[in-house]
Design a protein around this ligand. Structure first.
Ligand SMILES: [Zn+2]
Length: 364
């Protein structure tokens, strides 16, 4: 009896510690180009001391130019967008214009993982001075922080959605000051867009290989010129991106409401992530990093996917390469379409360098 009691206590302590470690934040080491480290609650104080608050990194240049917002981690189970925004925050210097980065847009979503998926809680990236670890979270806000879900969620723009979408940041825009936690986060991001006088927002995402909106630039109609210019530039570099117009009647998404409610240009980038698709095999750290999966290979052979998927898979590294190249093309296109809003961003890690040396070579 005593033995069983000791055993149970030991198991509870060990698993409890493991569980609570999900709430520890990853270390992000912004580079020397950083001009201000803020929090989302600086723009919307109601987020202070809540699990929705999250770091905001500002990189301002000496000369006037365009202001760009980059959000990673709106969906914390899409690691390429998150890792790309960390790589940017740790490297860039801005000479003209301003870049504002929110690596963990839905910070609460990073503190848990999707139930019954068996996903790893974190994944390592090797650097010259040892491994860095990054959290793999859930697509939605932690239910411990926002509960219960309604049967039907009516978002701030009146769109009716499944109850769980009440915790989906990318359905909550333009947010609501007195709304649920996820809506408050969306509201805080809208307040930041106004306060930082953002001209263009780029929301970094990933989607499952069987989902049609993939390897794509999704654009608000006010950004069609930028998306098309960027697409041509990317094509010249050998990267195919499809263009997807943001549907006007699908409300609550960043590329819709940043454009409609805040009046800024808005685009969203999607890369293919096998580790959160429905057809995947066992979700492992290697699936996240190497992106190899025999079931996706089979699905590709059967013509069920919207991206090529061979034995080499689609590694995280290649997806970060796509995001970096996409961002650079959008930045260049902004200056071509609207020369007053031209930006100069230095030390932007070349996509090719990530491709050859790996993500770790571009982390501090
Ligand atoms: Zn997403």
């Amino acid at each position: 009896m005593t033995f069983l009691f000791i055993l149970t206590t030991a198991v509870c302590l060990l698993t409890g510690r493991e569980f609570l470690s999900m709430r520890a934040d990853d270390v992000i080491l912004p580079g020397p180009g950083l001009t201000a480290a803020r929090a989302l609650s600086d723009y919307f104080p109601a987020l202070k001391n809540t699990p929705g608050d999250t770091p905001v990194y500002v990189f301002a240049g000496g000369r006037e130019g365009g202001h760009m917002l980059i959000t990673g981690g709106a969906h914390p189970n899409e690691p390429a967008g998150y890792v790309t925004s960390v790589v940017l925050a740790e490297n860039i210097r801005v000479a003209r214009g301003k870049v504002v980065i929110i690596p963990r847009a839905n910070a609460s979503g990073f503190t848990h993982s999707d139930p019954q998926e068996g996903s790893p809680q974190r994944f390592p990236i090797a650097t010259a001075r040892g491994e860095r670890w990054f959290r793999l979270g859930s697509r939605v806000t932690n239910p411990v922080h926002q509960w219960p879900d309604p049967t039907i969620y009516v978002n701030p723009k009146g769109q009716t959605l499944a109850g769980i979408e009440a915790r989906n940041l990318n359905r909550a825009y333009p947010g609501k000051a007195g709304g649920n936690l996820t809506e408050k986060v969306a509201y805080g991001i809208m307040a930041l867009i106004a306060a930082e006088r953002i001209d263009i927002g780029v929301d970094l995402h990933e989607s499952a290989p069987e989902y049609p909106v993939i390897n794509a630039i999704v654009f608000h109609e006010n950004s069609a010129d930028i998306a098309a210019t960027a697409q041509m530039e990317l094509q010249a570099e050998g990267l195919e991106f499809r263009l997807e117009a943001s549907p006007p009647n699908l409300r609550g998404l960043s590329h819709r409401e940043w454009g409609d409610a805040a009046g800024i240009r808005a685009v969203l980038l999607e890369t293919p992530n096998a580790s959160h698709g429905r057809l995947k095999g066992k979700p492992t750290v290697s699936l996240i990093l190497d992106g190899r999966d025999k079931y996706y290979e089979k699905a590709a052979r059967l013509g069920r996917l919207f991206v090529p998927f061979g034995p080499a898979g689609i590694p995280l590294k290649d997806r970060v390469v796509r995001h970096l190249a996409g961002l650079k093309a959008i930045l260049t296109a902004l200056g071509e379409v609207d020369p007053k809003k031209a930006m100069e961003v230095e030390s932007l890690p070349p996509a090719a360098r990530v491709g050859t040396e790996g993500i770790g070579a571009c982390l501090r």
